[in-house]
Design a binder for this molecule. Structure first.
Ligand code: ADP
Length: 400
């Protein structure tokens, strides 16, 4: 069965059409600047170059229509008609405490997702617009919601509560939720499979290091802690997000610089992380690596601070699980950035883990990068969120 996987943002829409039986991506693409002038559709059928078209998309429904037209185009399309799309899998960012697994979308589910809107005001309403647009253009095609937060719902109270008055949890559900759940779940499971072990006997730390970054402790197949919180701002230093800071910094800087709370949050979300630390060199780890190699001290400081924070989180999750059997890197930086991995690994020798510099030279493939005989293996497992969403969708709607 072919599954259309949709990741709908406020002004963008990423998609992949996946033959879920063969686990093959038939086509993928991206609609940008939806609702804004200067729209752009990038479409890439399997085995072909990207096709970029400048086209204004006043609404998400028009963007979805464009996607469906591209997929069924007589020349560059990959399916004959829309009837070849058996189901749609939607990435939904926040499922609050309501969703601990993927679900088939119906009116009640839509209502429940809407009720989580205030926990993710930028993401959930946009995700729902995608759901509604698909429902309009593909009536009768079953749709599944796959939540970024669901995998983390197994965290115990001691891991998800903040040290603030309990009434804020009771009244507003202020707690740690965690994100990138689809990735953490997939990568933890692949780690166990790759090592030929049963995940139910393992303590695994997954480091999802992309533009956004989070880390999770997966004990016996269940998430017991993760670094992102109520929102994706908490935890590791990221491309442009600060990760953990002393919350009093907000007031301190806002007074000094005469900034509003909203402006401060914008700084923490968009101007911080390695971008801010490097004094504006870049949020992209490739640029930072190049700058550091050519002597840019600030880029070097950003990379060192980043790696140090990842290592500290790993240490705290070793403590949380009272041990660890494998540590896995994934996502853009985790899969590709040789020097970031080496820097992080340099803090892990106390675990009896040593990185193998030769094996670490790989990019984007499943591999153990620690030396043979390391007590705790270090791995790289490329994540595949879209494929995971397609599989979760098929699991719920069946293979027609
Ligand atoms: P997102 O959170 O947007 O999905 P990704 O997982 O795609 O992010 O990660 C993007 C990051 O991965 C960028 O900082 C990029 O520099 C880094 N990256 C991708 N490829 C490489 C590479 N070959 N070498 C070093 N860094 C890389």
């Amino acid at each position: 069965m072919n599954v259309l996987v949709i990741n709908c943002g406020s002004s963008s829409l990423k998609y992949q059409l996946i033959d879920a039986d063969r686990e093959e991506v038939l086509a993928k693409g991206l609609c940008e600047r939806i609702g804004i002038d200067g729209g752009m559709h990038t479409y890439q059928p399997k085995g072909s170059d990207k096709i970029k078209t400048s086209v204004d998309m006043p609404s998400h429904t028009e963007a979805v229509k464009l996607v469906l037209d591209a997929l069924t185009d007589s020349k560059t399309g990959v399916i004959g008609s829309l009837s070849e799309i058996g189901a749609v899998g939607h990435r939904i960012v926040h499922g609050g405490e309501k969703f601990s697994k993927s679900v088939v979308i119906d009116d009640e589910v839509i209502k429940a997702i809407e009720e989580c809107n205030d926990l993710a005001p930028l993401h959930n309403p946009a995700n729902l617009i995608g759901v509604n647009s698909c429902a309009e253009l593909m009536p009768g095609v079953p749709m599944v919601a796959v939540f970024d937060t669901a995998f983390h719902q197994t965290m115990p109270k001691k891991a998800y509560l903040y040290g603030i008055p309990y009434e804020y949890y009771r009244k507003y559900k202020v707690r740690r939720y965690g994100f990138h759940g689809t990735s953490h779940e997939y990568v933890a499971n692949r780690t166990a499979q790759f090592l030929g072990r049963d995940i139910k006997d393992m303590k695994i730390i997954v480091c999802h290091l992309g533009n956004g970054a989070s880390i999770s402790a997966v004990q016996f197949g269940k998430c017991v802690d993760t670094s992102m919180g109520l929102t994706p701002l908490e935890g590791l230093i990221m491309g442009t997000r600060s990760g953990d800071v002393d919350p009093a910094i907000l007031e301190f800087i806002s007074q000094k610089e005469d900034l509003s709370f909203k402006e401060m949050l914008n700084i923490l979300n968009k101007k911080s992380g390695v971008l801010g630390l490097s004094d504006g060199v870049s949020s992209d780890f490739r640029d930072l690596g190049e700058a550091a190699d050519s002597g840019n001290e600030q880029a070097q400081i950003a990379l060192e601070t980043y790696a140090y924070h990842v290592a500290k989180y790993i240490g705290s999750y070793v403590a949380a699980m009272n041990g660890v059997d494998a540590i896995t890197f994934t996502a853009g930086v985790g899969e590709n950035n040789i020097s970031a991995r080496a820097m992080i690994a340099s803090y892990l020798t106390y675990l009896g883990t040593e990185i193998d510099d030769e094996k670490n030279k790989t990019r984007g493939e499943e591999i153990i990068i620690s030396k043979d005989g390391s007590k705790v293996p270090l791995l790289v497992i490329p994540t595949d969120e879209e494929m995971s969403i397609a599989k979760a969708t098929i699991a719920l709607v069946g293979r027609a």
